[in-house]
Design a protein around this ligand. Sequence first.
Ligand code: NAP
Length: 213
Amino acid sequence: MDMSSEGAATGIGPTHRIAVIGSGNVGAAIARGAVRAGREVVLGVRSAAKAEVPAGVAVASPHEAVAGAGIVVLAVPVAALADVVPTLAVEPGTIVVDATNAVGAPVPGGHPTVAHHVAALAPHARVVKAFNTVGAEHLDGTPVTGRPTFLPVAGDDGGRADIVELARQMGFDAVDLGGMDAVVHVEDHARLWIHVAIVRGLGRDWTFTIARP
Ligand SMILES: NC(=O)c1ccc[n+]([C@@H]2O[C@H](COP(=O)([O-])OP(=O)(O)OC[C@H]3O[C@@H](n4cnc5c(N)ncnc54)[C@H](OP(=O)(O)O)[C@@H]3O)[C@@H](O)[C@H]2O)c1
């Protein structure tokens, strides 16, 4: 299908359809939020029997889920990326969102960030880092208080705007941090959340927000 002409005719572009790879805490929450935001969402799972599927979300194998999706969200352990990403057959130009965190282990391949690792695995994709800085409990975008959750986004110049738009539709206060050189700040921000929540014992039930006058 020519997705670009479909977009012109219907107002629904290729990024309307989102494949979320991984149906754990993170994948399920992002899928739930994206569906609520009006997107078409397919969960890519290796075992349909195990997957907890939010209402309104379709299920397929990871490879099938990616077909026709303009946005692919990676919600699997970092250690699984090298196995999972090459099997997806991501079309050139597809936006691939890396929602993972390297916790307690170095970034594979000696890359500066996990998103650079993903970019090496999917060299024709537009890799964007996002949705890794918020505990899974609040990753569907529902604000914890009246103030929306801060969501930093960085990565490919041709992909960030679509992810900022998606995140805002989900309810986040999404902020564009810049290109691939800025991804390190997004990954550092997740490390800060993990340190405060887990290491320092604040617990998981909170998010960062930006206070504006
Ligand atoms: N938990 C959080 O609060 C949080 C927040 C932000 C970012 N993150 C990051 O998000 C990622 C996912 O975390 P999570 O908490 O959602 O983990 P999780 O609940 O353990 O879910 C991981 C998912 O990845 C799938 N998976 C694992 N290996 C796979 C493979 N080789 N092929 C296909 N699918 C595979 C699992 O499938 P099966 O069910 O079949 O095993 C499962 O659906 C991690 O990188 C984590 O660091 C976590």
